[in-house]
Design a protein around this ligand. Structure first.
Ligand SMILES: NC(=O)c1ccc[n+]([C@@H]2O[C@H](COP(=O)([O-])OP(=O)(O)OC[C@H]3O[C@@H](n4cnc5c(N)ncnc54)[C@H](O)[C@@H]3O)[C@@H](O)[C@H]2O)c1
Length: 442
């Protein structure tokens, strides 16, 4: 909890804060192994296409499913299959279903709307109606209080059986700081893990920039999920890096990813020690902020080298030497700066938009190998990087989102773990923001 959050939830704060019209950041529910996925029943309604699948997932995670609202009941999640909406006049079904129950969504509750990808629709009316779902779910996210979230999941034709890992993620506390997102799922060879608590058992994952912040949290979560994690960071951070590697039962590898021979050294290491790699998380990143007129070329070059070019060179080496195993996953770390732009960050935002370009450019190649590439785009996450931001800018960044608080590194890590899950093979080419539905960007 940040200092303001502590005050806002104290006895005095609870009285003063609402009177001043200030936001009250709710303590978000986060995943802890062994705890139930949901803390109440799920209300499930809507069309035919995905309802049965959604009901199956809810049952698999031990949730009670209601087909109609029960008077006075608080819902942990409300799920609506909107794939049957084929005309704007039928959008009224959203109002009919959600209006009576939206105020019954509990704290850290979940709203999930299931739709069909608009671009796949040959009928213009259907395409319009399905595209309209986006405005609905994003607005619901902005209305929900107390840490509840709202998402739209677009399920392609033939991908009906591929939604389980995504629903498990979005319905659970793992997606605490993810809201207002649109996720696309396509048909793919999905392999369901033998144990959903350890879906990465037997896999090898590489996390760059793993000695602290989001990278360290990602190493921890991937390790918790069963992977052997190769934790990489610059030699100067070797001590902290070893500590993280030991904590997660993985190994450490000291390397500056911008060095000319870095891709070769890294892929040599992965092939010799592990016979390849299953999950690659390009997390290492730096900021060198200055407005463009004051930014010398060295600041530009440094950021581009770490945040973008190094990743391209590592990917080339992985592909060229077939080191990414079949079904392999690449996860990029973008930023809301790369989506919305940010004053003082022309260099950084360029690279973070480039990461999105990398996802677009390589999704087809990865799919042909049975794998995926996706990116997380964090908003304001409480790390050393954001602690260095000037106070007022920092406070604005923290509060200007639907949850009125900053996210934690673990929130980004859980999203990466969802992409890495073998059951997420249908989740390819997505950029998912982990930003508490920040007001910046779409
Ligand atoms: N913190 C946020 O709010 C936020 C928001 C959006 C995006 N991100 C992105 O998330 C990622 C992690 O951010 P963080 O906040 O944890 O940052 P951080 O500075 O705490 O960690 C970054 C790590 O990358 C390592 N690194 C830097 N250059 C390297 C190099 N040449 N070779 C190997 N390792 C290198 C650093 O040593 C450091 O350990 C970055 O890509 C960042 O741009 C962070």
């Amino acid at each position: 909890m940040d200092r303001y959050q502590k005050f806002a939830t104290s006895t005095l704060g609870r009285r003063v804060v609402p009177r001043l019209g200030l936001p009250t950041p709710h303590q978000l529910r986060r995943y802890a192994p062994g705890t139930p996925a949901l803390d109440g029943p799920v209300l499930l309604g809507g069309g035919e296409r995905l309802t049965r699948t959604a009901a199956g997932v809810c049952e698999a995670i031990g949730a009670d499913v209601h087909a109609a609202p029960v008077e006075g009941q608080r819902y942990a999640a409300v799920v609506f299959d909107a794939t049957g909406i084929t005309d704007s006049t039928k959008l009224r079904a959203l109002h009919d279903f959600f209006h009576p129950v939206i105020r019954s969504v509990g704290a850290s509750g979940r709203v999930v709307v299931l739709g069909s990808p608009p671009a796949e629709q040959t009928d213009a009316r259907t395409r319009v109606a399905q595209r309209a779902l986006e405005g609905f779910t994003r607005s619901v996210g902005k209305e929900l209080k107390r840490g509840a979230t709202s998402q739209l999941v677009l399920v392609g034709e033939g991908a009906e059986g591929e939604v389980e890992s995504t629903l498990r993620f979005l319905l659970s506390a793992r997606s605490a700081y993810v809201s207002g997102q649109v996720v696309r799922i396509g048909p793919a060879p999905v392999s369901e893990p033998a144990d959903w608590e350890h879906p990465l058992a037997g896999k090898v994952a590489l996390v760059t920039g793993a000695s602290r912040g989001i990278g360290a949290a990602t190493a921890e979560v991937l390790g918790r999920d069963g992977a052997h994690v190769v934790c990489l960071d610059v030699p100067a951070r070797g001590g902290e890096l070893s500590e993280v590697a030991n904590r997660v039962g993985g190994s450490s590898f000291q390397l500056d990813v911008t060095a000319a021979d870095a891709p070769k050294k890294l892929v040599d290491h992965l092939l010799q020690r592990h016979g390849g790699v299953d999950v690659v998380v390009h997390n290492a990143g730096i900021t060198r902020d200055k407005t463009l007129g004051r930014m010398d070329a060295a600041l530009w070059d440094a950021v581009v080298a770490v945040n973008l070019s190094s990743q391209e060179r590592i990917n080339d080496e992985l592909f060229g030497r077939d080191a990414l195993r079949p079904g392999g996953r690449i996860v990029g770390v973008s930023s809301i700066s790369g989506i919305a732009g940010n004053a003082g960050q022309t260099n950084y935002a360029t690279t973070k938009a480039g990461v999105i370009g990398m996802v677009d450019a390589l999704a087809g190649e990865l799919a042909s190998r049975g794998g995926t590439i996706n990116a997380v785009a964090p908003g304001f996450i409480e790390t050393r990087m954001t602690a260095a931001v000037p106070l007022l800018v920092r406070e604005a960044g923290r509060r200007m989102n639907s949850t009125s608080q900053g996210g934690l590194p673990v929130d980004v890590a859980e999203t990466v773990a969802w992409f890495a899950n073998p059951a997420s093979a249908g989740v390819n080419g997505n950029v998912v923001r982990v930003c508490g539905q920040s007001l910046l960007g779409a």
